[in-house]
Design a protein around this ligand. Sequence first.
Ligand SMILES: [Zn+2]
Length: 99
Amino acid sequence: MDTDPGILCFQHCSCKVFCFELPERCPICSTALSTANFRLLPFRIPYPFVRAIQHPCSVVIKPTSGDFLHDYLNSMDLHIGVTNSEGTVVEFDRRFATA
Ligand SMILES: [Zn+2]
């Protein structure tokens, strides 16, 4: 079973920051975040590593070989598909679609 660690995102100055806990200071410019004005207020990101069958009517992406947590490098090909209303994955290959 997948475990959601609670990934947060915020932007104070020049870059978006992804973290598990909101830091006291901005890691980019070191401004104290308790009194700072955010460009993007902190929000929790939906956990991206889920079972496709539990998410009907969704776009799903996986590495062509292996999985994101153990095998993926950003130079590797991705495999994309969608799930129907029953959660069945419909994959699209380069030349044809398969169900
Ligand atoms: Zn900053």
